[in-house]
Design a protein around this ligand. Structure first.
Ligand SMILES: [Zn+2]
Length: 229
């Protein structure tokens, strides 16, 4: 299995669950860095050196260790409004952004898309909306879907942003299951997919290789890569 993937000049490191680090021209960006007590994690929060952190939504398996990593690296966490307020109240620098609007960074742009998923922050206050995040590095676009049910926004994302790669939750129960995740990949029109979110919150074991098998059986020319942390 692959630990660091390079596509479009971006080094992509899987942290386990839904966490990644993207590295482009010396910029390092973490998304949903969940390491402490995470089943797949092999790195500790202390090992994570980044310039930016983005968080898709307010569940503990996505906020993860972002607060301690942000404080140690003296960086700001970009996320949705309620989650930003929660992170600020817990000692991190955080910036809340609306859905669907381009946010500029030194490395490119991020666009938060609506995900179909909701719930409570760790302090039991509700958050209105969850997001997937399109990371637009100029020559290459990665869509991290966060946690979501299948929905027609994927067709709009293809139309407007033409992502090259998608990081797709496949675990069922709180997310798409494998057949729906395959359909999502097809709707998004991506060249490459990486399955995520199959190690926790599933109904029984979920094998990412079954997702790869189904993608490969469709002859859709989508490259499926199962990564390991
Ligand atoms: Zn989750």
């Amino acid at each position: 299995m692959i630990q660091v993937l390079n596509r479009g000049g971006i080094n992509i490191t899987f942290l386990g669950h839904s966490g990644f680090i993207f590295e482009k021209d010396g910029h390092k960006i973490a998304v949903d860095p969940f390491l402490t007590n995470a089943p797949m994690a092999v790195k500790t929060p202390d090992e994570i050196i980044v310039d930016d952190i983005l968080v898709t939504h307010g569940h503990p398996d996505h906020i993860g260790d972002s607060i301690s990593i942000a404080r140690k690296n003296d960086v700001t966490i970009t996320t949705t409004f309620e989650v930003a307020r929660y992170l600020q109240n817990n000692g991190a620098k955080a910036f809340g952004v609306p859905i669907g609007v381009e946010q500029l960074f030194p490395w490119g742009k991020a666009i938060f898309r609506p995900a179909v998923h909701s719930g409570l922050l760790p302090d039991n206050t509700p958050f209105d909306i969850s997001a997937g995040i399109i990371f637009d590095f100029g020559s290459f676009r990665i869509y991290h879907l966060g946690d979501t049910a299948i929905n027609l926004d994927f067709k709009l994302v293809k139309e407007i942003y033409q992502p090259d790669m998608a990081l797709i939750p496949i675990g069922g129960r709180v997310n798409m299951d494998i057949p729906q995740a395959v359909l999502a990949a097809e709707w998004l029109g991506v060249k490459t997919v990486v399955p995520i979110h199959y190690d926790l919150f599933t109904q029984g074991p979920v094998n990412p290789l079954d997702f790869k098998k189904l993608i490969d059986s469709k002859n859709s020319r989508i490259e499926c890569i199962v990564m390991e942390p």
